[in-house]
Design a binder for this molecule. Structure first.
Ligand code: DAT
Ligand code: MG
Length: 155
């Protein structure tokens, strides 16, 4: 089976607490994701605004960009079969309230504080995964990695 790549981010609410980072990283590994790259990063406000430009103008946008540049984050390039949808499923729904009801064992249900401070980010499509990986890891060539992975799967 061919591996897929996704971008996973532990948001500032999670990274503020080392024990939560530890627990989240444990969940990543337990769920058979391979950590291909990882880094700790702090955003300027303009990084936040750029990353979330699709949400510009929404009522939560200011809150969101403020929060995402409020402290350190940990970003991962994760590989797995169906990495994108598997990571989204493990995270649970965007809204913590909904997460509690529909996916009580998800990361957002267990660690999320509010709809904004919801612990984790995950890419939502193949295109956004490539875009977001290069946003966080400009030095990492995801397309080349995936090409090599396809070769490997053929052999
Ligand atoms: P996701 O992070 O699940 O992909 P999204 O792309 O719709 O969700 O939104 C990006 C982030 O914006 C989300 O993680 C938290 C914030 N956000 C979204 N909807 C919100 C809402 N109704 N209230 C507060 N924050 C919200
Ligand atoms: Mg999204």
């Amino acid at each position: 089976k061919v591996l897929q790549l996704t971008l996973a981010v532990l948001k500032p609410d999670a990274v503020a607490h080392p024990i939560i980072v530890e627990a989240l990283q444990q969940r990543i590994l337990e769920n058979n994701f391979i950590i291909v790259r990882s880094k700790d990063i702090v955003w300027r406000r303009r990084d936040s605004e750029k990353f979330y430009s699709e949400h510009a103008g929404r009522f939560f946008y200011q809150r969101l960009v403020e929060f995402m540049s409020s402290g350190p984050m940990r970003a991962y390039v994760l590989a797995r079969e169906d990495a994108i949808s598997s990571w989204r499923e493990l995270m649970g729904p965007t809204k913590v309230f909904r997460a509690h009801y529909t996916s009580p064992s998800s990361l957002r249900a267990q660690y999320g504080l509010t709809d904004t401070r919801n612990t984790t980010h995950g890419s939502d499509s193949v295109e956004s995964a490539l875009r977001e990986i290069s946003f966080f890891f400009p030095e990492f060539n995801a397309e080349e990695w995936l090409e090599r992975e396809k070769q490997r799967a053929r052999e």
